[in-house]
Design a protein around this ligand. Structure first.
Ligand code: ZN
Length: 307
């Protein structure tokens, strides 16, 4: 019998720490502030993760062997639509040239080949970026939620799976990818009856019907109302051994919030990572968190039942 996927991933994470590929010290306690939201009953989590500052420091990454100083830039694939001219950070062939220490775990999910690579600028424990083998757009269709549910099931519910819509947290819109981690997200404790009190619009799917069909219909319905701007963030997790899907409604015109910056799937799920601006980390309270959520509220929400 093949080794279970959760074990393969957690073993790979441990090996990647051992090899020096992971920034910071993931085995050390993370400085955390917990902020209770009386309205929704969810306790938001703020984490101080200064190692993430190094993720854009080319010299530091090269000196640690995380980024190969010998990489041949001329062989790297660049999406012609990327105005920055950067190579695609998610193409497996590019990763092999740039990050020879990175181990890519092949995974088959919902009929597609994926590769899971440890995120060296981790936001959580056992944090993997799960990359489609092919360079295809980060856009929602039925196969995306099917793959999320399949991955979650293949890890026996141990790994949470996150999707960020293009320009709604995902900063690489040209290469399909998911995130996976063993850390629970604060929103998982949200009681579905209290979802209307959660500070950003969320729909919780936990019924006995087909999650894949229900979520697909809902997300496509939202995106069709304004294809240029409407996107989602999604989280697949389990409660009581049963999978549930959290769908957060997003609008690409409202992705940046005051003190926090870009708001993606981690933040809407209640998890705020800080790597600089220590004062903001220390000062944030429930009002600051709710204010950030208010700033990214899609204007179309509240006009009808989609709140
Ligand atoms: Zn790519």
């Amino acid at each position: 019998m093949a080794e279970p996927l959760a074990r393969r991933l957690t073993d790979t994470w441990a090996e990647q720490i051992e090899s020096g590929f992971i920034l910071g010290d993931p085995s050390a306690p993370v400085e955390t502030r917990l902020i209770n939201d009386p309205a929704s009953g969810v306790t938001f989590r703020l984490r101080w993760l200064p190692h993430r500052n190094l993720r854009t420091d080319t010299a530091a990454l090269e000196s640690r062997g995380i980024l190969s100083p010998d990489r041949d830039e001329s062989v790297l694939y660049r999406d012609p639509r990327d105005p920055s001219g950067h190579h695609c950070f998610l193409c497996p062939a590019n990763i092999r040239v740039c990050h020879p220490l990175e181990e890519l775990v092949p995974v088959r999910a919902a009929g597609r080949n994926w590769l899971a690579g440890a995120n060296f600028a981790w936001l959580a424990h056992n944090h993997f970026t799960v990359i489609a083998e092919e360079h295809v757009d980060q856009s929602f269709d039925r196969r995306v939620i099917a793959a999320m549910l399949d991955l979650h099931a293949q890890t026996a519910g141990e790994f949470r799976v996150v999707y960020n819509g293009a320009y709604a947290g995902a900063t690489i819109p040209w290469h399909l990818h998911l995130h996976a981690t063993t850390d629970a997200f604060p929103v998982e404790e949200l009681h579905p009856d209290r979802a209307p009190e959660y500070p950003t619009p969320v729909r919780v799917f936990a019924g006995a019907g087909s999650l894949e069909t229900e979520v697909t219909d809902y997300v496509i319905g939202w995106e069709r109302r304004d294809p240029e701007h409407h996107r989602v963030n999604m989280l697949v997790a389990s409660r009581g051994g049963r999978p549930m899907v959290f769908v957060f409604l997003r609008d690409t015109r409202f992705t940046i919030a005051g003190h926090k910056g870009l708001i993606g799937g981690w933040e809407v799920a209640g998890d705020y990572a800080y790597s600089d601006r220590r004062d903001d980390f220390d000062a944030a309270d429930i009002d600051a968190v709710r204010a950030a959520f208010a700033e990214i509220r899609p204007p179309a929400v509240g006009m009808d039942r989609d709140r």
